[in-house]
Design a protein around this ligand. Structure first.
Ligand SMILES: C[S@@+](CC[C@H](N)C(=O)[O-])C[C@H]1O[C@@H](n2cnc3c(N)ncnc32)[C@H](O)[C@@H]1O
Length: 147
């Protein structure tokens, strides 16, 4: 993150920002990162508040579990199939990437990877899997998406 002159983070949950601010501060202090770049944290749905900026890199760790019928938690549940929120983030972020920019997004094997990829293909979105991490209860796929 220290290589970028402008860093913008969004989240729909206002309570998250206090935690993020503390973490950023600790990280910069521990790693002796100079505070020279501009940073903004915006509380909004997806990227709805960003209208006139373009980015080289957009990174997202969206909530990706299929909804639970009893528990509502936007931190982890990403819609009926678990794909609705990740796909919304991707679709809405496409307009914000530079010509050679990329979106990196984490998707879990706990959702249908076939479904996810066919939705991307349906929208004409180019993608590849950049990395796979095996955890004991799931696999995490890091998707790299281009314009
Ligand atoms: C899996 S957590 C990731 C948290 C953090 N970004 C990270 O990587 O550790 C998913 C985050 O997405 C946020 N979120 C859920 N729905 C959202 C939406 N429609 N717009 C923006 N943020 C949303 C949740 O509040 C939660 O903080």
């Amino acid at each position: 993150m220290e290589n970028f002159s402008l860093v913008v983070g969004t989240d729909i949950d206002m309570n998250i920002f206090k935690y993020i601010k503390e973490k950023l501060h600790e990280n910069e202090f521990e790693n002796n990162i100079p505070l020279k770049r501009e940073r903004f944290l915006i509380c909004c749905d997806s990227v709805s508040a960003i209208t006139n900026l373009k980015f080289d890199l957009i990174v997202s760790n969206p909530p990706y579990l299929p909804d639970d019928k009893d528990i509502k938690d936007a931190t982890i549940y990403g819609g009926r199939k678990g794909l609705e929120t990740p796909l919304k983030f991707i679709n809405e972020s496409m307009r914000l990437i530079n010509t050679h920019g990329k979106i990196l997004v984490i998707i879990s094997s706990l959702v249908s990877i076939d479904d996810f990829e066919s939705q991307l293909l349906k929208y004409g979105i180019k993608f590849k899997i950049a990395k796979i991490k095996n955890l004991f209860f799931e696999k995490l796929f890091l998707y790299e998406i281009e314009k």
